[in-house]
Design a protein around this ligand. Structure first.
Ligand SMILES: Nc1ncnc2c1ncn2[C@@H]1O[C@H](COP(=O)(O)OP(=O)(O)O)[C@@H](O)[C@H]1O
Ligand SMILES: [Mg+2]
Length: 178
């Protein structure tokens, strides 16, 4: 893992966005990241997943759902057409895929904004386009393909995002990814 502090001018107290790069050379590593996230997420947290088709967004959500206790016989798929799936778990899960969402007004109709900060964890594929509507407080994970493997760039936004990244960093499964 490499630390990438944003450029920092010591004369200004500008907020620094914490960012981490995590190599995920195989699916086992992604499952490990998912299990650490499952341990770190708290009710009300927002996790936004970005990356090309096949980058592993849904795979990561599936791992998080398993870590939160969704039984393995319950399929976790991309909610591309239904837009939102809900799962009962240790912490309820709201899983959305906004790829096909037309405009920001539809986000309000989906009731997603109200769920953030509520009782569930909100996991959103393709959420960056609506970052402003989503409130800008959470953890953004940018997945990219590198040969056979993947790399995850973790970007904390706002106080809630930073707190989540801190809890994640302290998780024993996360330590094993370093
Ligand atoms: N390191 C890895 N992390 C995540 N997925 C991987 C990895 N290596 C291979 N894969 C495969 O890549 C695919 C990712 O698909 P999916 O999660 O549906 O992508 P997305 O939701 O980003 O479109 C899965 O078939 C998974 O088995
Ligand atoms: Mg998907």
């Amino acid at each position: 893992m490499r630390l990438h502090p944003a450029p920092c001018d010591a004369t200004k107290a500008a907020p620094v966005t914490p960012e981490l790069l995590i190599p995920l050379p195989h699916r086992r590593a992604t499952r490990r990241l998912a299990s650490a996230l499952g341990g770190a997420l708290l009710p009300g947290d927002l996790l936004v997943l970005e990356g090309d088709l096949g980058a592993g967004k849904t795979f990561l959500v599936r791992g998080i759902a398993r870590a939160l206790g969704v039984p393995s016989k319950k399929p976790i798929t991309s909610p591309t057409f239904g837009l939102v799936h809900e799962h009962l778990a240790r912490i309820p899960i709201v899983h959305a895929d906004l790829y096909r969402l037309g405009d920001a007004a539809e986000i309000v109709e989906l009731g997603l904004v109200d769920q953030i900060g509520g009782e569930a964890v909100v996991l959103i594929e393709w959420g960056e386009r609506f970052a402003e509507e989503l409130g800008g407080q959470g953890l953004w994970i940018w997945l990219s393909l590198t040969g056979e493997g993947r790399v995850a760039r973790l970007e904390a936004r706002g106080r809630r995002g930073e707190a989540l990244l801190e809890r994640l960093g302290a998780h024993p499964e996360f330590e094993r990814l370093r």
